[in-house]
Design a binder for this molecule. Sequence first.
Ligand SMILES: *Cc1c(COP(=O)(O)O)cnc(C)c1O
Length: 370
Amino acid sequence: MKVELADIKAQHKAIEPEILATLADVFTDCRFILGPNVTALEQEIAALSGVRFAAGVNSGTDALLIALAALDIKPGDEVITTPFTFVATVETVCQLGATPVFADIDLDTFNIDPAEIEKKITPKTRAIMPVHLFGQLADVETINAIGQKHGIPVIGDGAQAIGASRNGVPIGQTAALTTLSFYPTKNLGGCGDGGMVLTDDEKLYEQIKLLRFHGSGGGYIYKRIGYCSRLDEIQAAVLRIKLKRLAAWNNARKANAARYISKLSGVQSVILPKTDPGNDHIYHQFTVRVAGGAERRDALKAHLASHEIGSAVFYPRSLHLMGPYTEYGAKPGDLPNSERATSEVLSLPVHPDLTAAQVDFVADTIASFK
Ligand SMILES: *Cc1c(COP(=O)(O)O)cnc(C)c1O
């Protein structure tokens, strides 16, 4: 039985006529940049996320860059973040000339550990940037309390966590700025790149709107140096159709995760992911740890592949040990949990189009791994 790690073709099957019809409408309308679907999508996602303002941008990466720029992050500034993330989180800090300062993760949730953040604060710290990894919010209550105590704003990288909440608080309310990605394989994915910045702060929202449009408020008047980073109308139109299904899709992911947890609970070879109490985890990934290190993990991955089951290592290398990011001062051994996670993690298929039989097949195949 073939089981894909992500299956966009299956997702599109049921909604293809609706998507093609909306594309035809956009083509006829010809308002390709910041058109009516972008405005409507911004309002719909702001409402879903519990914030007043949302601004569509070109990608989840640009959402991070623009959120950091809205806070005027500049050379000499330090931004505390996790080394166990997709590169964009750290890359954008560096693009602005600022210094990423890595704080280690909690091995149970894979999210940044607030106690480690506290240790890394200096007079140069200008932002704290947790990532809500795999669809579960970081410990935002503690992180925001640390930020408040030191007067440092929090930016949440929510690329993997659209629709998530913690203790009943929706994602948009968990930081001064939250970013989203609509990369095709994300829980809400477009047919190309896209992203969004969420905030409740009107002044920051005004800066984000300037930044995404060359620093211009219109009329060829430039108020600051900006970017060319708009969410395009075609993506927004597709995303609005998919957004209507997001809650059902996230629920299907949660059901698949629950099924894995019950099926795999006695299986020695894997350590199951934990959900912090109070978190509504939307399972962008279902990521287990394989006791015994990278060789054993890679052997399980190969075992699954031999049964036509897709799996992936997110992420194979802690960013402080990778190429250009080694320049920022962290050494091997400095972030032990992050380093350990890279040798143990394996993400299993959890997408909403899986059947119960497929989940059972994956679980049984893991159980048969010796
Ligand atoms: C996907 C992702 C991004 C980047 O989003 P893009 O839309 O691909 O630019 C940033 N951070 C995390 C944690 C991601 O998973």
